[in-house]
Design a protein around this ligand. Sequence first.
Ligand code: HEC
Length: 182
Amino acid sequence: MWKGSALVLVWALAVPLAAQSPAFGVGRPATPEEIRDLGAAIGPNGDGLPEGSGTVAAGRAVFAAQCSRCHGPKGEGDVGPPLVGGQGTLRTAKPLKTVGSFWPYATTLWDYVNRAMPFDQPGLLKPREVYAVVAYILNLNGIIGDAAVMDAKSLPQVRMPNRDGFVADPRPDVGDTARKPN
Ligand code: HEC
C-alpha cells in the first residue's frame, strides 16, 4: 500500500520537471518576461488589478470570438467545462460546480482568465478584454446586471453566490494563509 503511495508521489513530482527537461525535448521554462507580462497575481480583495474596464456587451463579443468554440455560445460547456448555471445544486446529489455556482470571488475569475484562457493561447487578452469577458460570464450567471461595468473598483465588490460556502482550514499548523482575506 505505502509503495503505491510513494510511486504516485514520485510521479507527481516528476511530471513538472519532465515537462521542462531537455532530455524529453518538450517544453521550456517560462522566461521572466513571459511571467511579468501575465501581470500581478490578483488576490480575492482585488489588489493589483490593472486599469481598464469592460462592459457586458463588449464581453459578449470577446466571448464569441475567443471562448465559445470551447465553452459553448452561452457558456453551457462543450470541450471546455460549463461556465454558467448550477446555482442551488451544490447541496444536491448532483452538484454542478461552475464559476457562477462555486467560485467564491469574482477577482479569481479575472486572474484565472487573464493567465490561463483561451486555453490554447493564454495571455492573449488585454486587461479591458478580461474585464469585459468576466462581466459577460457574471451576467450570464445572473450575478450582475446588463448595464454593469467591471473595473478594478467594481469587480472586488461583486458578491458571488457561494462566497460563504467555504470554511477556513481548521488545522492549527496551517496558519494565517488559509484565513479569510477580507
Ligand atoms: C481551446 C479551448 C478553450 C478555449 C478557446 C477557452 N477555454 Fe476556458 N477552459 C478550457 C478547458 C479545457 C478548461 C478546463 C481547464 C482545467 O480544468 O484545467 C477551461 C476552463 C475555464 C474556466 C474555469 C472553469 C472552472 O469552473 O474551473 C474558465 C473561467 C474559462 N475556461 C474561461 C474561458 C474564457 C473566458 C475563454 C475565452 C477568453 C476561454 N475559457 C477559452 C478550454 C478552453
